[in-house]
Design a protein around this ligand. Sequence first.
Ligand SMILES: [Zn+2]
Length: 193
Amino acid sequence: MITNITRRFLVSLFTLMASLYRDRKTRKLAGIPLVCIVIGFALPQKMIIPVKGATINDWDDNSFWAYPWGSSITHKGIDIFKPKGTHVISSTYGIVIYTYEGGKGGKTVMVLGPKWRFHYYAHLDEIAAFPLQPVKSGTILGTVGNTGNAIHTPSHLHYAITTPFPYWWLRDTEAIQGNRKMFHLDPDTWLRD
Ligand SMILES: [Zn+2]
């Protein structure tokens, strides 16, 4: 039910706080990670569509939580269709957490943006970002492709947003895997203005 990134995030947070607390010299600093978390939540977020030239007509608004969806069971993001090679751009400012090649996502980039939201860009043809790179909204992260399990699908960006902090009010008792809606947010929510 809890996502991998949530687990990793919370474990590293508590490990950091515990190690600061354990040493008497740094005990007073143990609260700093919590202060950082509050600041992260306070940062404003303004999002743009993360594919150059794309409009709200380039994804299907029913694609979020579409079921059935192969081994993922439900589709926890949106697919923005554009020709291979179109620039994938960061939807928000933030910092690149990792780039990765392999598995279902193919070539992927993960960006941590304001409000502790993790922005996931998948099936890229080329990656143009590097870990710990600061990005603005509009910074090129790579190009649209069909790597990973999209190999037989027209080129598109799979774009998903996760939060390590559960949004209890988004829990959906009707939907398949509806508990996970606390952690997987619908990007469509912020891309329509
Ligand atoms: Zn997708």
